[in-house]
Design a protein around this ligand. Structure first.
Ligand code: MN
Length: 503
């Protein structure tokens, strides 16, 4: 897959020299065949590179140091073909900060009942070799993912694929700049947080960028460039023919929206930023909130958070990065308004403008309507659509003061009704296990009104992400009860208090 072609995952096989050089040669041959097979499966988005057997502390340390230093390498997979005394992994694991996956598998699928002898036993020892390795990762409290299953089975490979996508997004986040055009919306608590801790813990860097600096880019945008982008809009999106009337006010608004998009692109490119936030009270010379630009930039993978929400901007970029090439799409969304309807009670998800068209069920419609919020109360261009239906997962990160908490909720997008007087893009979902418990648990956990939604990611992605980041994750799903959830919140409070004290 093109999106991940610059990345590699290293595969290191654990063995030892107790059974002689011939055993190690067989281990090496088996590992080569397995890595080749995994790469040929078509299931893994990131290429696996076999880095040989590690038979001593010195060899383990050397390969882990090399993995840590290699720019393409986004993580390491380990597998113990024979028994691999785990003290020899201590120094190497201390060197490796990148994501770690421990694969518990075996070269042969079944026991060769009639041929098996002691030589075979000595060679094929992952049943206990992987437990020895598991002990040292547990003993060292080394965050990692364990995947258990036969290496040729699709299910096994799919667990590895999830981790690869998360590891790739993690690597992306370690070199991520989020630009804030304007500050947080005044007085809002949940979208704020500790940007120093975010960089230490989650990797990304957040900078303030004066809107006046953005306006320097605005001045450089040529009319011909804007004209061309407006033509692209008209080709890509359904719209009223009247919108193309060059003498009309709506046309001028679309034109100005296109200029805002080119301005944002220009400054994001110049600064090497992967995401941004806006503030509707801080718009420089923009004549409207640049909502259409935000929608289109999100679809291309730029992180976006409204009202200065930099945590959502970074998280959206990560969601988009992980889900590249997957079919159904993702978006920044906001809990908009409630629909009480018994078991079908649901939350309308939208934003005043900024919803990503990747989740659209139909071709988006370019429309211009009055928007009476912020410093410019103005006719404003936007893409209007409703989302696809089906299951998805939404996520947010909140700052609890002593830690970041990742909240993940399984949701079911259902068919919305038309909104003739609310021309915004939207989704309508039932949070699992139902509205009462789902919304109740989210509120108890202190979750935001903004979240990053995806149809394609499953909670397993978020488990892997939280494991790599070393942050709290709480999941609200079909099995959640309020009583159990409150207990988990209380237990986590103690766990993270102690964890902090121990660090
Ligand atoms: Mn908002």
């Amino acid at each position: 897959m093109k999106a991940f072609e610059n990345f590699e995952v290293w595969f290191v096989t654990g063995a030892q020299l107790l059974y002689g050089g011939d055993a190690v040669k067989s281990v090496d041959a088996h590992s080569t065949e397995m890595v080749k097979g995994m790469n040929a499966s078509g299931v893994l988005p990131v290429k696996v590179v076999y880095k040989g057997t590690a038979n001593s502390s010195k060899e383990v340390t050397a390969v882990m140091k090399a993995a840590e230093a290699d720019e393409k390498c986004i993580g390491v997979m380990t597998w113990m073909h024979t028994f691999s005394p785990a003290k020899m992994w201590i120094h190497g694991l201390q060197e490796l900060k990148k994501p770690l996956l421990h694969l518990h598998t075996q070269y042969n699928r079944e026991i060769p009942w009639n041929e098996i002898d002691m030589d075979f036993m000595n060679l094929n020892q992952s049943a206990h070799g992987d437990r020895e390795f598991g002990h040292i990762t547990a003993r060292m409290r080394r965050p990692h993912k364990v995947v258990v299953g036969y290496w040729q089975e699709r299910k096994t490979l799919e667990h590895i694929a999830v981790w690869q996508r998360v590891a790739a997004a993690w690597a992306d986040a370690q070199e991520m700049l989020i630009l804030r055009f304007g500050d947080q919306m005044n007085n809002v608590a949940v979208t704020d947080g500790d940007k120093v801790e975010a960089e230490m813990r989650l990797g990304y860097h957040v900078d303030y960028c004066p809107v006046s600096e953005m306006m320097e880019h605005f001045k450089q945008i040529g009319d011909a460039e804007v004209d061309a982008l407006v033509e692209t809009y008209f080709k890509e999106y359904d719209h009223d023919a009247s919108l193309e009337d060059r003498a009309g006010e709506p046309y001028r608004k679309v034109w100005n929206a296109a200029k805002a998009e080119l301005t944002l692109r220009s400054i994001l490119t110049a600064k090497g930023a992967k995401g941004f936030t806006t503030n509707f009270d801080d718009l420089g010379e923009f004549d409207q909130i640049p909502g259409l630009a935000s929608q289109r930039l999100m679809a291309e993978g730029y992180g976006f958070g409204a009202e200065g929400d930099w945590k959502s901007a970074a998280l959206y970029r990560t969601v988009w990065f992980m889900s590249q090439g997957l079919p159904k799409g993702c978006s920044f969304l906001e809990d908009y308004t409630l629909n009480f309807d018994g078991e079908q009670s649901a939350i309308l998800q939208s934003h005043m403008l900024e919803v990503c068209p990747l989740i659209a069920a139909q071709r988006p419609r370019l429309e211009v309507h009055f928007l009476g919020i912020g410093v410019r109360k103005s006719l404003t261009a936007r893409l209007v659509f409703t989302s696809k239906t089906g299951a998805g997962v939404t996520a947010t990160v909140v700052d609890m003061g002593n830690r970041f908490r990742l909240i993940v909720n399984d949701v079911e997008c259902i068919e919305p009704k038309p909104l003739p007087k609310l021309p915004v893009a939207s989704a309508l979902w039932i949070p699992m296990p139902n509205f009462e418990v789902g919304a109740g648990a989210w509120i108890l956990a202190g979750g935001t009104h903004h979240s990053c939604f995806s149809y394609d990611l499953t909670p397993e992605y978020w488990e892997d992400y939280a494991e790599i980041a070393g942050i709290e994750m709480i999941r609200i799903d079909k099995d959640t009860t309020i009583a159990g959830f409150k207990k988990e919140l209380r237990m986590n409070e103690v766990y993270y208090m102690l964890n902090k004290a121990l660090c």
